[in-house]
Design a protein around this ligand. Structure first.
Ligand code: NAD
Length: 363
């Protein structure tokens, strides 16, 4: 199979979908790898490293899309890439279809076979290709929150950990999954007053067992959320209903409960966001103010720490991509219930129910 890696074109995206060692693995297995030149530069990976690994460098994305049987990417195809995708071509990447009707329609029209990292579910029921990026984004949410709570960044001027004699910041984390748990772990290390809200009692019990004493776990309902908003200096949005649009937990009206200069980091913005006033932003222009509450809603947070994220992502995607290359798409889908869960669109037909339901499309 010819495996193609175009350079990521989404703004401020520095990741690449394959490591040199991954290219070497494909070549060793008898496949061909073509990669657009400079794809790895943002992650500190040189063209020479890919060539040494046996990949073929090409000058343009057009050449990659024209030749490859399977495209490996990081972010969802951008509008300028839609027309390059060929009917029957496998595209294996993060899609987050529920957040964009334009992307969904674009991929239906392209006739591509869309395997989404974010919906691939393993036999334990976890989302192994989403997990590393959620780990990065969760840890990063506290780093960003700490920065934007500083006065020159329009925050309240609060140090997360406080100091002896002065209270630490109150942090409310909506959703205690991978993002939430990683955010809580880092926030706890800062000595902040951390509160995780979730609707899964099993998850709350687990978090209660493993988290340090400055982390409280609370059942998430309207009253608890509204009370937390009054106390919070930093709110992290980290809920997920896999494949579906994020549930809206904080309305515009609710913002009035929050302190001026408090900060919301809505990590869930890639699935539409769990705050009514969230809309996607970029690393070059990450924040905006609504009702004196600073919103940070970068949809590709891990892109900013491209090197860490590229290694974390490729470590988990490579075995699945190798499997598809080895068996071809039909046999791979037939033999792997996990890969079936990754399939969101197959040659014009939506095959993921939450995506179909979101846009009222036939399933
Ligand atoms: P996860 O499935 O591990 O955790 C989600 C948690 O939300 C679950 O524990 C679930 O019980 C909980 N939940 C669902 N509905 C809830 C509600 N009403 N109230 C409280 N909790 C609720 O998911 P994750 O891996 O932690 O990802 C969370 C979100 O972060 C996803 O939307 C994911 O796509 C996104 N994400 C964004 C970026 C970014 O760059 N912005 C990066 C990685 C992940």
């Amino acid at each position: 199979m010819i495996v193609g890696i175009p350079k990521e074109v989404k703004r401020d995206e520095y990741r690449v979908a394959i490591l040199p060692v991954g290219a070497e693995e494909f070549v060793r297995a008898g496949h061909q790898v073509i990669i657009e030149k400079d794809s790895g530069i943002g992650s500190g990976l040189t063209n020479e490293q890919y060539v040494e690994a046996g990949a073929t460098l090409v000058d343009s994305a057009e050449e990659v899309f024209a030749q490859a049987d399977m495209i490996l990417k990081v972010k969802e195809p951008q509008p300028e890439e839609y027309a390059l995708i060929r009917k029957g071509q496998i595209v294996f990447t993060y899609f987050h279809f529920a957040a964009s009707v334009q992307l969904t329609q674009g991929m239906i029209d392209s006739g591509a076979i869309c395997l989404a990292y974010e919906t691939l579910r393993d036999q334990r029921g976890t989302l192994p290709l989403l997990t590393p990026m959620s780990e990065v984004a969760g840890r990063m949410s506290i780093q960003e929150g700490a920065k934007y709570l500083e006065k020159p960044q329009m925050g309240q001027g609060i140090l997360l950990g406080g100091v002896p004699g002065v209270a630490p910041a109150h942090i409310t984390i909506l959703g205690g999954g991978i993002v939430g748990a990683n955010a809580a772990k880092i926030a706890a290390g800062f000595n902040a007053d951390v509160n995780i809200l979730d609707i899964s009692m099993d998850r709350l019990r687990y978090l209660d067992d493993v988290m340090p004493p400055n982390v409280n776990v609370l059942f998430s309902d309207r009253h608890v959320i509204r009370h937390q908003l009054q106390l919070a200096d930093l709110v992290v949005g980290a809920v997920l209903i896999p494949g579906a649009k994020a549930p809206m937990l904080v309305s515009r009206e609710d913002l009035k409960l929050m302190k001026p200069g408090s900060v919301i980091i809505d990590v869930a913005v890639d699935q539409g966001g769990c705050i009514e006033t969230s809309h996607p932003t970029t690393h070059s222009d990450p924040t905006y103010l609504i009702d004196d509450v600073l919103h940070y809603c970068v949809a590709n947070m891990p892109g900013a720490v491209g090197r860490t994220s590229t290694f974390a992502l490729c470590n988990v995607t490579l075995p699945w991509a190798l499997r598809v290359a080895k068996n071809g798409i039909d046999a791979s889908l037939a033999s792997s219930p996990e890969l079936q869960t990754a399939l969101n669109i197959h040659t014009g037909r939506v095959t993921n129910k939450p995506v179909a339901d979101t846009f009222d499309l036939p399933y």
